[in-house]
Design a protein around this ligand. Structure first.
Ligand code: CA
Length: 220
């Protein structure tokens, strides 16, 4: 019997992956290339990509949003799970990082599904809202600058349809959310969003302690 989440030792984590991870060759190649990147910790865990792929299929998603692309692993995971006419609007500001992403999207044959918008994400989201995008998205993944997490969450909620899902990355922030010494802007922003969602009756939620913590919030 266990009333709390098990602690994953490295060995148990390896076992978990050995009996569950179905990472395609192209995703594996992208992960390996990104592992050498100086900011490789910005890449999501493969089991998290697989969870998102499952969620997108459960939702029957066709239109999704990604806020924070980096080298494209999460968008590739989602794109591979979308139907042929599925679309991702992907927001990032880095030409350099997303150049890697585009190379892999091309190689995987999913480039047509991904509409990369190189601009501050708030501008892209506001433009989507101004152009009648509210209530039209099935899924959103938030994994960009933490200071804007609350603003990304609010806009994503508006853009989602009823029953649509927002997934928010790094909500446990390597444990810093409970460290009173951590008073930097990023940590404070994540705490504020976590506190907000905990009381937010617009959504049904679960915080999944996978990788660095992913909050799943379904729009009611
Ligand atoms: Ca992240």
């Amino acid at each position: 019997m266990s009333s709390r989440t098990i602690c994953l030792t490295p060995e148990l984590h390896d076992y978990m992956l050995s009996v569950s991870l179905r990472e395609t060759e192209i995703l594996s190649q992208l992960r390996q290339e990104t592992a050498n990147h100086p900011r490789s910790n910005m890449q999501i865990a493969p089991e998290q990509g697989q969870l998102m792929s499952l969620l997108v299929q459960l939702l029957g998603a066709k239109k999704t949003l990604e806020i924070g692309v980096f080298t494209g692993y999460s968008a590739l995971s989602v794109a591979l799970a979308l139907p042929p006419d599925g679309k991702i609007i992907a927001c990032d500001i880095s030409e350099e990082y997303t150049a890697v992403a585009r190379r892999y999207w091309q190689a995987a044959g999913v480039s047509d599904k991904i509409d990369l918008r190189l601009a501050p994400a708030l501008e892209t989201l506001d433009a989507l809202l101004a152009n009648g995008g509210a209530g039209t998205f099935d899924f959103a993944f938030i994994d960009a600058d933490k200071e804007n997490y609350l603003a990304y969450y609010e806009r994503s909620l508006q853009l989602l349809r009823q029953g649509g899902l927002v997934a928010i990355d790094n909500v446990l922030w390597h444990g810093r959310v409970i460290d009173p010494e951590s008073q930097d802007e990023e940590t404070i922003a994540i705490r504020e969003l976590n506190d907000k969602i905990a009381k937010d009756d617009r959504v049904t939620l679960s915080l999944v302690p996978i990788a660095d913590g992913v909050t799943l919030a379904m729009k009611r």
